[in-house]
Design a protein around this ligand. Structure first.
Ligand SMILES: [Fe+2]
Ligand SMILES: [Fe+2]
Length: 276
């Protein structure tokens, strides 16, 4: 069984520069006969956290995908984890997202033997009431999975380099939520944690689980403007293969994608990455 993960498309009506790449990734997925499910792993939009029209644009763009599709929000869609951000995730932003896409967390048993669980990373560590509700739903999804193996999808990574690293809420989950997830990963033998946000690919085996960083379809970043991080710069699509025992990832780059780095736009599309 295979899942196509489309991450960080960053499409929108007000700036369509990454739309052609999205269309090529969708075309690739649609021509394959071996894909059972698509997961859009957040940052579907460029400015959805600020402009409702981008949320609508992204929602309409999903219609082009042939496989059934599950969608999670990212920071560009519902705002940031950091409360001091100019666009923090909040009830209003979450409501606008859910109006178009449905619940920002979910679980699905559509693939036999597996429970796929999607969490909204943008509320983890915020203290919002929606975060409390999400932890309860997550506990429930884990407790009721029966013999199904669990795999977790969420936009932001658990960490860049280690469980113990300092909090950098622009880049990864913060300590309290990360540690809570770590306990649940171990207690429930979660087989993999599949994330986007870094615009970089990696498959990292830890004693606790397997981390899979998925390819963006939109843009890359230069190493010199990023914090230290693992993985490889690759634009494209990620194909997950689910066997009886595990999940593995294949990162596919294909001809025709526009390869660009966000720094090259000099802030005309979006600000360059914050190194820390
Ligand atoms: Fe992104
Ligand atoms: Fe992101």
């Amino acid at each position: 069984m295979k899942i196509a993960v489309l991450s960080d498309p960053h499409i929108g009506s007000t700036n369509p520069v990454f739309v052609p790449n999205w269309e090529k990734v969708v075309a690739h997925v649609n021509t394959r006969k071996d894909i059972s499910l698509a997961v859009v792993l957040g940052d579907l939009t460029l400015f959805g956290s600020e402009r409702e029209e981008d949320l609508l644009f992204g929602r309409n763009a999903l219609e082009a995908l042939n496989p059934p599709c599950l969608v999670l929000p990212g920071n560009h869609d519902v705002g940031d984890i950091a409360r001091e951000s100019h666009q923090p995730s909040n009830a209003e932003r979450l409501s606008l997202w859910e109006t178009q896409y449905g619940p920002s967390q979910w679980h699905s048993d559509v693939l036999a033997g597996w429970r796929l669980i999607g969490l909204n990373s943008q509320i983890i560590g915020t203290g919002l009431p929606e975060e409390t509700a999400q932890w309860q739903a997550f506990d429930e999804a884990l407790a009721t999975r029966g013999t199904r193996k669990a795999v977790l999808f969420t936009h932001m990574p658990l960490f860049l380099n280690s469980w113990e690293e300092v909090d950098r809420p622009a880049w990864a989950l913060m300590t309290e939520g990360r540690n809570r997830l770590r306990r649940l990963i171990v207690d429930h033998d979660i087989r993999a944690v599949v994330t986007g946000h870094m615009h970089r690919t990696a498959q990292i085996d830890l004693p606790e689980t397997r981390l899979i960083w998925c390819a963006a379809s939109s843009f890359l970043t230069y190493d010199h403007s990023m914090p230290s991080q693992p993985g490889e710069a690759l634009l494209g699509v990620t194909i997950l293969t689910l066997s009886n025992a595990e999940i593995s990832a294949e990162f596919i780059a294909f001809d025709g994608l526009m390869i660009s780095h966000i720094e090259d736009y000099n802030g005309t599309i979006y600000r360059s990455p914050a190194k820390e």
